[in-house]
Design a protein around this ligand. Structure first.
Ligand code: FES
Length: 219
């Protein structure tokens, strides 16, 4: 039977240790723990929910209940850019449903889904807290979040197109930089090989010359 090689003394979710140490024993901290967990991992996996349950004593069913009640929580991995489109009252009466429909058609996904290239996820949420800018969407990425207000269908789609374009450019630059690094490393290796070959040739020539001198001297 295979023996488990895992180190039982290591925390299973080391990135979460500081959060759990601070909040696990404080009553009423579940939402804070879930928010910080999602900030770390991007979503709430089944494994992490059971881990939080073990550490807090709150049943998994209760944690699932909270996680599914609030639209801010994701139970599946999200795309690189998470679109939170507000459908609170102020946004709703200012055409948010039409914007949601336009985004869905543009990206080919419904709310709760992710584009096949993993770039965008769409989530429809309750009030984002900036109703004076209605209709509003927030876009979260690995580096932070940005809020866009006074949206129209056209403006929302233009923002998404610009993000996709910028992301492509960054990816292309990263690829170019990686190619350049590889080429520079290859050149260095080739130069080193050439130097070794030149040194070998010089050494061989010296040995030949020495042998020739010795033959000459012995005649
Ligand atoms: S209702 Fe959309 S930000 Fe408040």
């Amino acid at each position: 039977m295979p023996v488990c090689q895992c180190d039982e003394s290591r925390p299973r979710f080391p990135e979460l240790e500081a959060v759990l140490s601070e909040y696990s024993l404080i009553r009423g901290s579940l939402i804070t723990i879930l928010q910080k967990t999602q900030d770390i991992y991007g979503y709430l996996s089944e494994e992490v929910i059971y881990h939080i349950s073990e550490r807090t004593g709150i049943t998994p069913a209760r944690i699932y209940g909270v996680a599914t009640f609030y639209t801010q929580f994701n139970l599946q991995p999200t795309g690189k850019y998470l679109i939170l489109l507000c459908e609170g009252t102020a946004c709703h009466v200012n055409s948010a449903p039409l914007i949601a429909e336009a985004i869905s058609q543009h990206l080919g996904i419904d709310a709760g889904q992710t584009t096949s290239d993993g770039l965008f996820s769409l989530s429809v949420v309750a009030c984002l807290g900036c109703c004076s800018l209605a209709p509003v969407m927030m876009i979260k990425d690995p580096f932070g979040e940005e809020t866009y207000g006074n949206l129209s269908k056209e403006k929302a789609l233009a923002i998404l197109d610009e993000i996709a374009l910028r992301d492509n450019l960054v990816a292309a630059n990263d690829n170019q930089a990686a190619d350049n690094q590889t080429a520079a490393r290859d050149n260095q290796a080739a130069t080193r090989d050439n130097l070794v070959a030149v040194n070998d040739n010089q050494a061989a020539t010296q040995i030949d010359q020495q042998a020739a001198s010795e033959r000459q001297a012995s005649r």
